[in-house]
Write a protein that binds this ligand. Structure first.
Ligand SMILES: C[S@@+](CC[C@H](N)C(=O)[O-])C[C@H]1O[C@@H](n2cnc3c(N)ncnc32)[C@H](O)[C@@H]1O
Length: 231
């Protein structure tokens, strides 16, 4: 007799619940690097995957990077938008998350279809090195927790490995600066203000669209940037 099907397993919901638990534990341990209280929503994932979906040449095979892949909440949605021949580098500095991502590529119903096209890199994104080229970079890094110098180094790195005409989509959370102005020490508020000015500088130079995703915890903004065809 066939074993009764576990409804949680068949939808991947059990693995998403486990990942939420792992994410929250790591957020408590390393909030500065994790930068969120819960994995991103699917709505945020779809909005971040916009330029994987909308490709200028429909036959193009994209080289994609996701920076700060965490427990794969956005990677799962990106996987839905990937087409035959696309490849993806999943970069994650936290060894617990990177190990989990590698397991998920082997076992998760939404990630397994891209297992042969995906590589997990357990490292800081800037340690990937200069010899890579990407058409699309999806960044989940918590810039609000970084210094202005760290944000600048990462954005410069993204644009150094991005192909001309390529896109970066990055996100942060709405109203964190306003909340910090009230509840955080002045030092921390000023650090975040300085790092957000660096993001603004890149948006002013390369921004092609900004959107809000309210269906996320907490609600988020996304900036889409495009490297000029001739830079
Ligand atoms: C806000 S979480 C996003 C996780 C996942 N993408 C999501 O949306 O649920 C940020 C992730 O970036 C990772 N991270 C932070 N700094 C990093 C760096 N410099 N390079 C690579 N990963 C980093 C953290 O460990 C964490 O998993």
């Amino acid at each position: 007799m066939a074993a009764p099907q576990n409804p949680l397993q068949s939808t991947g919901l059990d693995s998403r619940l486990r990942d939420a638990g792992l994410f929250i534990r790591q957020a408590i341990r390393t909030f500065r690097a994790t930068g969120a209280v819960a994995p991103s929503s699917r709505a945020l994932g779809h909005a971040l995957a916009r330029y994987i979906d909308q490709r200028e040449d429909p036959d193009a095979q994209l080289s994609i990077m996701e920076a700060g892949a965490g427990t794969g909440a956005v990677s799962r949605v990106i996987a839905q938008h990937m087409r035959k021949g696309d490849t993806i580098d999943l970069v994650e500095s936290n060894p617990e998350f990177a190990g989990r991502l590698a397991d998920l590529l082997a076992s998760d119903p939404e990630l397994n279809p891209i297992a042969d096209s995906a590589t997990v890199h357990q490292m800081l994104v800037t340690d990937l090195g200069p010899d890579r080229r990407y058409d699309v970079i999806v960044s989940g890094l918590p810039f609000a927790n970084f210094t202005a110098e760290e944000v600048r180094e990462i954005l410069e790195y993204y644009f150094s490995v991005l192909r001309p005409g390529g896109h970066v989509s990055l996100f942060g959370y709405l109203y964190t600066k306003q909340v910090k102005a009230v509840v955080a020490p002045r030092e921390d508020y000023l650090r975040q203000a300085r790092s957000s000015w660096v993001v603004e500088e890149w948006v002013n130079r390369y921004g092609i669209g900004t959107e809000r995703v309210l269906a996320n915890l907490p609600p988020a903004w996304i900036h889409h940037l495009r490297k000029p065809a001739e830079d």
